[in-house]
Design a protein around this ligand. Sequence first.
Ligand code: C2O
Ligand code: CU
Ligand code: CU
Length: 555
Amino acid sequence: MHITRRDLLRWGIVLGGGATLASGRRSSGADGNLPPSPRTDPFIVELKAGQGIPPVATPVAAFPTQADPGNCLNPDGTTAFHVHGPRTVPANTEFFLIHETPVVHSFHPQLPPNVLWGYNGEIPGPTIIAKSGTPQLVRFVNDLPINDPVGIGEPITAIHRHGGFQNPEDDGYPLDTFCSGQSRDYYYPNRPDKGLLQNEHSTNWYHDHAIDITGPNVYRGLAGFYPYQTPIDTGNENDPPPALGLPSGPFDIGLVFQDRRFDAQGRLVYNTFDHNGFIGDKFCVNGLIQPFLKVQRRKYRFRLLNGSNARVYQFFLSTGQPFVAIGTDSHLLPAPVTVQSIRLAPAERVEVVIDFTNFANNTEIFLVNRLQQTDGRKPDGLVSPGTQILKFLVQGTTPAPDPSRVPTTLLPVTEGPAQLLPQVRVQRRFQFERSDGAWVINGLFFDENRINARPTFRRPEIWIIESGGGWVHPVHIHLSEFFVLSRDGKTPPPLERGRKDTILIGGDVGREVRILIEFDDPRDTPSTTPQRYVFHCHNIEHEDMRMMGQFEVQP
Ligand code: C2O
Ligand code: CU
Ligand code: CU
């Protein structure tokens, strides 16, 4: 039997008196001290449809919805919080069926294949496209093996659509688990908060969120993209205004960055005893180590997602040209922003448009990460030249036809700080820090029986989120996206002036952020009882080691 972080918590090794074992193992087991992964040659594996670019999930015929299974962890004395019977969904609901299954996956031709866990056996999972105004019912079936020889992750899952506006029972609350042989239905209304155009979503992603084991389960492969089509971001670059005409179809590509580590035999390695945050030494894009992508001479939209457990990136283009950013986290920006580099913490998304029109045939352009990090506690700083992670290989002796556009106005904010700040009556402060070999918020470990905050629907609040000590924490709040008012009292950097659902604190980005947040009720018929959601550090090892709290929104 392999030991998991769940076992450590269950046995009280870390949170109780037995901290010696954990800290002793930790000092000898920090990832930087693990033997390096075997050598692999960069840019020999192609990122293409069917290999790294996952299929788009297709709807299935409507099926009867089912009662939730309850928490399959009950033997531990924990209970499911949200359990309900079969439900009635609107007539226009799209149905999907996704199986969590083992999959034989090749990270790189010079390494032997590894058995990962994938949604529908895909790495990353199939892309599920949400159409604003069309609800979806997704049944996830857990077909993961109970006796898994690899020993990374556990066949206990909960699905969170990160950035999504959905009911608590469909939000992947960490105790609403379903185990091997069970399934659970998730209903997504796919409406913007408050019905406002400014709140139409752009890039969500979905990933495992089971209590204590999210880190290894995501590391094993359980993550995928969940982009939206909206009245202005239609998914078709040929649509006339008011559609934005952003690059679409094969020219709209999700890129998820994840670091991995392998032993001398090329087997995937995960370190259960490193609670600082797992850091790999191989850079994967969509599950492939340092791949190349053939691009035509035209514009592309790339949805960059940091799907790593603990690593922070800072991306540059090898040509020195800037990025044109069009979105951050779950929303498009009000207007495109030109930036020289992109800092991306775990779970953050930045969408960019890169124009390859003026490059000659066979030009090689690299996406470079210059932020070095060897420990989950924080990045070491910028280095030069950094690591080339992805190669764009330009194809074509002449420019390709390109009907796509990048309008100067994308998604204007009509209800921002100017409108919401005068309504604020409540301010809360959350301190994220280390304690007893694990991680706390305001001095407290996650406890499913404690509510850390009770905001009210549609009453905006100010939250002050700060890092105690020199550690960095990418803090994620479920249900809503927020405005960053300031960082250490100063105006936030350009990419943090749109809406965010994850924000990095600590280290060189600054100790504290002030955010403006408002929660809307996602129910089709308004809630009459408090609605419970989590917020947590998205360094997933910190999250698993209890850096999580919950809020209950009052009707
Ligand atoms: Cu992406 Cu609560 O997580
Ligand atoms: Cu979320
Ligand atoms: Cu953290």
